[in-house]
Design a protein. Sequence first.
Length: 137
Amino acid sequence: MEETDREALARQLKDADGAAVFLLVLICSLLLSLSASLTQRRQLCLALAGRTEEAAAVPPVLPVRRWASVLAVGSLGFFLCLAIQAWRDLAPEAGRAARQSAGRSLWASVLVLAAAVVRLDGLDSSAAPSASHTLAV
């Protein structure tokens, strides 16, 4: 095996290891989102049952949702980097189908990351004090 082939395989192994780690981070993000949804559901059930004091004592879900979004944005940023790298590393003799596939993967990564950033921004915006809260002080 030539040294350049060995280097390419080593880089692919490193990328595969990184992908596995960031897929696990995405799974953690999903589990945090599930936890927040179940907590919010519990709060709603308590409120519907007339147990408003217990419902008010349920921990807030916004911090959990924020952490889930931060983990998702970080992971999706890694996958965007992989897509950029794959697009850049296309050999000049790569066929049209390979170029289209790499381009589509790059656009998909950009759009998914953009959606995650918009969601995180929305969570941060909903956590910011509104004008009515600041005027009441």
